[in-house]
Design a protein around this ligand. Structure first.
Ligand SMILES: Nc1ncnc2c1ncn2[C@@H]1O[C@H](COP(=O)(O)OP(=O)(O)OP(=O)(O)O)[C@@H](O)[C@H]1O
Ligand SMILES: [Mg+2]
Length: 241
């Protein structure tokens, strides 16, 4: 579904992403992990067309998308959330989701129908009339996901959607992501909470200093000495959020 090929991004002299290649199979959940500043969000910005690539190529669903605009990539069915949530704060939660649905439906009633269907799935329908600035973080994160799902994507990129959530909210969101996956979605997810990554991912990709240092099954990757040294640490314990 997604093929990242030798992707590199320079910011001035700094290579934030260096020659990264990996694949995401249709219908799978792939975890993207690595220390702070290792280039994970930059990679999302490159895949989703927010930044131009310095070099390399990205293919989505059989078609080259590198060089395309974000809205054209979204139109093809690839959308992302932002690590720092970016709702439209002064309109209702429902209207925020309708903005996403307008990507597919120009008719307001049909767009609203889609938005409400997605808000039901994310269990946030009860907040429909409330502007996002009055919602707790866990609900803002869900709203962010609802907004991208309302575009009817084939694949979603989730950037630390569990960040800042307590263990109970985190566990509930893991269950919701399972539900989204079961509806047929392909998912690439950045997350620091390893328990979530282990519970969700079929495959894990690890970045360090902008470079891919490991790529494989979660159980294998957490035993990789380079991954332990760069990211997990010797006292790594998968059972804690
Ligand atoms: N727009 C930008 N201009 C200059 N440097 C940038 C820009 N965006 C990111 N960087 C730099 O690129 C590197 C990778 O940052 P990035 O945000 O991709 O890391 P990350 O893996 O998402 O980290 P975190 O886990 O903290 O979110 C960092 O050194 C960062 O300072
Ligand atoms: Mg980041």
């Amino acid at each position: 579904m997604l093929s990242v090929q030798n992707v590199t991004k320079y910011f001035g002299g700094l290579a934030a992403v260096k020659d990264v290649s990996f694949e995401v199979e249709k219908g799978s959940i792939v975890g993207l992990i690595g220390p702070n500043g290792s280039g994970k969000t930059t990679l999302f910005n490159l895949i989703s067309g927010v930044y131009p690539l310095s070099s390399g190529k990205v293919f989505f669903d059989g078609e080259e998308i590198s060089g395309m605009k974000s809205y054209d990539i979204a139109d093809k069915g690839l959308v992302r959330t932002f690590q720092v949530v970016k709702p439209f704060d002064n309109i209702s939660a429902l209207d925020n989701v309708i903005v996403g649905a307008f990507q597919r439906y120009k008719n307001r009633n049909r767009a609203q129908e889609k938005a409400l269907e997605v808000m039901d799935m994310l269990e946030i329908s009860r907040f429909r009339e409330i502007p996002p600035k009055h919602l707790p973080l866990a609900m803002k994160k869900r709203l962010e996901i609802a907004r991208i799902l309302s575009t009817e994507p084939k694949m979603i990129l989730l950037d630390e959607v569990m960040g800042g959530l307590n263990p109970q909210e985190t566990e509930q969101l893991v269950q919701t992501i399972h539900k989204i996956h079961e509806s047929g979605m392909t998912i690439l997810i950045i997350e620091h909470k390893m328990k979530c990554i282990m519970e969700l991912s079929h495959h894990v990709v690890i970045l360090n200093n902008g470079m891919l240092i490991a790529d494989g099954k979660p159980e294998a990757v957490v035993q990789n000495p380079e991954v332990i040294k760069a990211y997990l640490g010797d006292d790594y314990n998968v059972s804690s959020y």
